[in-house]
Design a protein around this ligand. Structure first.
Ligand code: C2E
Ligand code: MG
Ligand code: MG
Ligand code: MG
Length: 277
């Protein structure tokens, strides 16, 4: 009997492994299709000045809606696309799309909006990322001062040998650099002085605990003070309620982003938000 069970378990294991592989292959071909047929799209989440409430920028967030699978979260398909390399193509498309959109807003509103674009460590590893950025700016005509690239510490850890050169070149173009998800992993304080960073984004995990845990408040106070001492501005991510907003205000946070203020939305909904009071 036991023997039979073992076999079934093995069979089960093999079947589920196969189906996982089939699923991956299926997902990869669907993602390729989506890229080819231009079915990825971007939403934009406003980032606001904490003191005035003015929208100072938006973060471009990629979305994938498959006719059969439905909406697939970027937390699922971005890591997948990083594994199979599709992220390079996706990332280039996102950058171009976001730059074009920013140019359209700037023309339409004359408001000095900035667009932030997430960049994967895999894109840096390709080696020609500076050129991609330079060419995209040239093609779209976006003033580099209106572009911010959000990178995570993974980029620093995995490509530490050349990332400083790449970042310097990008920075020389006049593009801003933000360190995303700060505090989520092993975020070294050293990154802040070692690399040319303009903006630090406090991970939403910290912000989430703000209203309940006092230790988190102390850590955020320290992060903000340290960033400011280094001439770095701070954005808090994932602000979901007024208590968090007030805690951040008390701690001199510069900018906020989160569902409490604005959810990610279609590009057409952004211009009405761009008003100087
Ligand atoms: P991220 O760059 O840290 O982006 C912020 C994420 O937090 C977004 O999730 C946003 O919708 C979500 N968010 C914003 N405010 C709140 C809030 O108040 N509460 C909560 N719970 N969440 C909030 P999203 O759009 O699902 O993206 C997840 C991650 O996927 C992003 O995290 C980023 O790492 C990655 N991603 C998204 N778009 C791109 C892209 O174009 N390129 C690359 N490389 N990665 C991307
Ligand atoms: Mg204009
Ligand atoms: Mg981001
Ligand atoms: Mg983040």
């Amino acid at each position: 009997h036991a023997k039979g069970e073992g076999r079934n378990n093995f069979q089960y294991y093999r079947d589920s492994m196969n189906s996982a592989m089939v699923e991956r292959a299926n997902m990869e071909s669907k993602l390729r299709e989506a890229i080819r047929d231009n079915r990825l799209f971007l939403l934009y989440q406003p980032q606001a000045d904490l003191r005035t409430g003015e929208v100072i920028g938006v973060e471009a967030l990629v979305r994938w809606k498959d006719p059969e699978l439905g909406m697939i979260s970027p937390s699922t398909f971005i890591p997948f696309a990083e594994e199979n390399g599709l992220i390079v193509e996706i990332g280039t498309w996102v950058l171009e799309q976001a730059c074009k959109q920013a140019v359209a807003w700037l023309d339409e509103t004359d408001y000095p909006i900035k667009v932030a674009v997430n960049v994967s460590a895999v894109q840096f590893a390709k080696g020609n990322f500076q050129e991609v950025v330079r060419n995209t700016l040239a093609r779209t005509g976006l003033d580099p001062a209106h572009l911010c690239l959000e990178i995570t510490e993974t980029s620093f850890m995995e490509h530490i040998d050349r990332i400083d050169v790449v970042l310097e070149e990008i920075r020389e173009l006049g593009v801003l650099i933000a360190l995303d998800d700060f505090g989520k992993g092993f975020s070294s304080l050293n990154y802040l002085r070692q690399f040319p960073i303009d903006i630090l984004k406090i991970d939403r995990g910290f912000v989430n605990e703000l209203s309940t845990t006092s230790d988190t408040g102390a850590i955020i106070t320290a992060i903000i003070a340290m960033a400011h001492a280094l001439g770095i501005k701070v954005i808090a991510e994932g602000v979901e309620n007024t208590q968090q907003l007030e805690c951040l205000r008390e701690r001199n946070c510069d900018f906020v982003q989160g569902f409490y203020l604005h959810v990610p939305q279609d590009g057409r909904k952004i211009p009405p938000l761009l008003v100087i009071e």
